[in-house]
Write a protein that binds this ligand. Structure first.
Ligand SMILES: [Zn+2]
Length: 128
């Protein structure tokens, strides 16, 4: 007996849809449509943020399949309240990652990206 492989979203676990013409439509098929997400944005490498430094996570080029909702609506649009931003800005300043004036270096934004990841990691650990 051949077992059917069912592709599922790595966050919500829904069954992934792969069908032309429905991606991002407000239908069950559109909402569950396959989309790939890079763990670390491609634009952070090569010509940009992590250009002159090592990928802190060792995840360059790695991606995973998610449903449209988890990729485009959840991962790309995290809700941050003004209080969340204020608290993060305080962390940024305390860790020396604030900038009075931009320079040619992207080390501070790389540090802030790392810091935000640390905040998410600690939050996940706290809730686990
Ligand atoms: Zn999902």
């Amino acid at each position: 007996m051949v077992k059917m492989y069912r592709e599922t979203c790595q966050i919500c676990g829904c069954q992934i849809t792969r069908k032309k013409g429905v991606y991002a439509t407000d239908t069950i098929e559109g909402r569950s449509h396959a989309t790939k997400h890079h763990y670390v944005a491609e634009r952070f490498f090569g010509r940009s943020i992590f250009k002159n430094m090592k990928d802190p996570w060792g995840l360059e080029g790695q991606k995973e399949v998610f449903c449209y909702e988890c990729h485009e609506e959840l991962l790309h649009n995290p809700v941050l309240t003004p209080k969340d931003i204020q608290r993060f800005a305080e962390l940024v300043e305390r860790t020396g990652l604030n900038e009075k004036k931009k320079t040619s270096s992207k080390a501070k934004i790389a540090g802030r990206i790392n810091l935000l990841h640390e905040v998410i990691k600690k939050g996940l650990e706290a809730l686990a």
